[in-house]
Each structure stands twice: as C-alpha cells, then as structure tokens.
Design a protein around this ligand. Structure first.
Ligand code: 5GP
Ligand code: MN
Length: 315
C-alpha cells in the first residue's frame, strides 16, 4: 500500500480498532486515522474502538467519540487495525473485525505474520503511527491529526530514545512540528507525568525488585492485593519496567502484575543483547526485540524462574 486511499474505494463504512490495553502508539495511530477519515472522507461513516483509553490522551481531538465496546453488531465495509500484532490482540472490536467485508492491518511488529486481508507491516518503523503517517497525504495532515501521530511516535520511541528511532522518525517529527503540534505539553502530560499514587507504586516495586543472573537481569512485580490496596490497575503501571531496565549492568528487565490470582501480565525489556520478543513468543506473547510481553500463570517464583531460563539461554 502506498496511500490509505487505495483501500477506501467504494467503501461506505469503516471501523478502526487497536489492541488490548492500548498504549500511546495504539491510541495515536487509531485516532490519527479516525480524524483523517472524518475530515477528508466525510461520506464514509467511521467509528473507532479502543479498550478504555487512558485519560491522559484526552487532549486528542475526538477522544470522547471513542467506542469502548462493540455494543451492537455492525457490519463494516472495511475494518482497519492499527498497532495490532495478531488477531487475538484486537480486544473490544474483535467481533466487528470478524464480520467486516474487508480487513486491513497497519502495523510495525516484527512478530506480526499478517492476520488481515491487506497487511501493511513495516517491521523497522518506530511506531504504527509512523507507518500510518507514510500512508497519508501530507497536505491533509492538520494540527489535530499531527498531534495524534506525534503522540504515537513519542510513546513508542520513549521520546526518541529507543533504538527504533531512526532518521525517518526524526524527519516525520519535524514535519509534524511544522503543523503546530504542542510537543512540550504532549511529552510532559502524556509521557512523563504520573499521579502521586503511580509514583508511590513505582517506588515500592523498585525498592522490592531483585537482581538475578549476576546482575544482568532485574525483576519487579506487584501482587493483586497490593494493587487493590493502592487502587491501581494495569494501565497505571506503565513506565515501571522502563525504569527497571535503566539499572546499571542490566541486560533484561522483567516486570509483572497479578491480573487475577496467580495470573500475571508480564512486560519484558532488553538493552540489546537479549531478544525479549523471542522470550515472549515462547510463552504465547509477542512484541519487539527490546520490548515485549506475555501472560503467565503460577506463583511469582514460577514466573521469574521460567522467564529467567529463556533469558539465560540468550546471554
Ligand atoms: P508492554 O510491556 O508495554 O505491555 O508491551 C510491550 C510490547 O509487547 C508492545 O509492543 C506490545 O504490543 C507487546 N505485547 C505485550 N504483551 C503482549 C501479549 O500478551 N501478546 C503479544 N502478542 N504482544 C504483547
Ligand atoms: Mn506500537
């Protein structure tokens, strides 16, 4: 695909959906596409589905129009996923994806083998937002659309810090800046800012974390009862694994929280030597070389031991 218009011919209705627990890139790419279609294809009926997106993205235009569930069965002419690496990651809009007449997937995950009819996957792009931007007419990208794309890029690159940042990423960011994106505010409010409680929880996890494999690995976790005590959910815990990764000498960082008794959502981060996507895929998850995740069961020590075994093989 060279331009999104290629898949819009004869289309009267479009559904857009991201992945479960939508992150900044997921929200940014889906919202950018939504705003673009609403503005430039007003005759197409467009809906957007995202599972409970974080309030910190509420500065994005159209944020309140996001549908948080597939309440009635709608058959779309076209369903487009952004930042979704596999069918089982679609989440709230899964039903609409299955019943749509045509499907398109726009993504950047190396673990994405293509689950839609048209799969536009650029594995070396920084973010799904950057992949999407390349498919848009640049003169049609207004400030609101640019703000959504910029949000996605800064979240998946850790504000241009991670290895997935490349000259094209910075070029695109420059073009978006020309559109008047309020970049300082976006970076502060959507990326770095934490609530007082989030900081407390991060502090506690860091304080209780353990170093493993001669200091090459670090693990931190939080149990369900402690999440209840602080009144936090999974989406409040973003950023903890990134902080663990920044520990001197560490090659791989593991963070997990207990979704329900003995069921954990695991986040993995690498500083380059370990391909954590391989580890996550081994346990039924996926992601990127330096950032991946999966779900695991058992005790805290089962999770650590099982993951450690896979990481050790790579060290
Ligand atoms: P996070 O640790 O921030 O939840 O996720 C890091 C990366 O791994 C993201 O790109 C995300 O898409 C991917 N990821 C996290 N959890 C899973 C999972 O359970 N399955 C798959 N396929 N990918 C995941
Ligand atoms: Mn992404």
């Amino acid at each position: 695909m060279n331009n999104i218009s290629e898949v819009l011919e004869g289309v009267h209705s479009v559904g857009i959906g991201g992945h479960v627990r939508p992150d900044g890139d997921c929200v940014g790419s889906c919202m950018a596409l939504y705003l673009y279609l609403k503005k430039w294809y007003p005759k197409i009926h467009t809906d957007i589905y995202l599972e409970d997106p974080k309030e910190q993205f509420s500065y994005l235009e159209g944020f309140r129009e996001i549908r948080k569930a597939c309440t009635e069965p709608v058959i779309y002419d076209l369903f487009i996923t952004c930042d979704v690496s596999s069918r089982d990651r679609i989440g709230v809009a899964g039903e609409c994806f299955d019943t749509a007449k045509r499907t398109v997937c726009i993504d950047h995950h190396i673990s994405n083998f293509g689950f839609a009819e048209v799969n536009h996957v650029v594995g070396d792009a920084s973010s799904a937002s950057e992949v999407l931007y390349a498919l848009l007419d640049k003169d049609k990208v207004d400030q609101a659309i640019a703000t959504a794309v910029y949000t996605g890029i800064i979240h998946d690159t850790g504000v241009f810090q991670y290895q997935n940042t490349n000259p094209e990423t910075l070029f695109v960011a420059g073009e978006l800046m020309k559109k008047g994106v309020p970049f300082s505010r976006i970076i502060d409010e959507s990326f770095y800012q934490k609530t007082y409680i989030q900081n407390q929880v991060m502090g506690r996890v860091l304080a209780e974390s353990i170093m493993l494999l001669d200091g090459k690995c670090i693990a931190g976790w939080i149990r369900y009862k402690d999440m209840e005590f602080y009144g936090v959910e999974g989406k409040d815990l973003d950023g903890i694994v990134s902080q663990l990764r920044l520990t001197e000498g560490v090659e791989a960082a593991i963070f997990f929280y207990e979704n329900e008794p003995q069921c954990y959502k695991v986040s993995l981060r690498s500083n380059g030597v370990v391909d954590v996507s391989k580890v996550a895929v081994y346990f039924g998850g996926g992601g990127h070389i330096r950032a991946a995740g999966c779900n695991m069961n058992g005790s805290v020590y089962d999770v650590i031991n099982n993951i450690l075994e896979q990481i050790e093989k790579q060290l």
